[in-house]
Design a protein around this ligand. Structure first.
Ligand SMILES: [Zn+2]
Length: 120
């Protein structure tokens, strides 16, 4: 992830399946680092917003997707302690992106329409 950040200038999270590790785990690098194990998404808002998403698995592509404005993330942290975190906006869409990886869903599969792709 640090290599991608250095080369492409983005990358706030990575999911274990992107590294070939078939576990329900992702990692976020925000104001601090977060290890998110066995996440569950709750309280997904009816309100949604559109954004140009990107992904370290295909770093030169942007995909326009729609995400829930807010949600509550329940998970176990690196100490196996249960955590609950209510987020919105940029962090909400990031968590939905990483969560999708755990189900084998890529942002390309959530493109709004055929015009929702552009190169970086
Ligand atoms: Zn991704």
């Amino acid at each position: 992830m640090e290599d991608i950040r250095r080369v492409y200038g983005f990358g706030r999270g990575i999911a274990a399946p992107q590294l070939g590790i078939m576990k329900r785990l992702f990692y976020l690098n925000l104001d601090r680092s977060y290890v998110v194990i066995n996440p569950v998404l709750k309280n997904l808002s009816d309100e949604k917003f559109e954004l140009w998403d990107d992904c370290m698995s295909f770093p030169n592509l942007f995909v326009k997707v729609e995400r829930h404005q807010s949600l509550t993330l329940e998970y176990l942290d690196e100490n196996w302690e249960p955590q609950s975190w209510t987020v919105e906006g940029a962090i909400s869409e990031l968590i939905q992106h990483e969560y999708d990886h755990l189900d084998g869903v890529l942002c390309t599969m959530r493109a709004i329409d055929e015009k929702s792709f552009k190169w970086r």
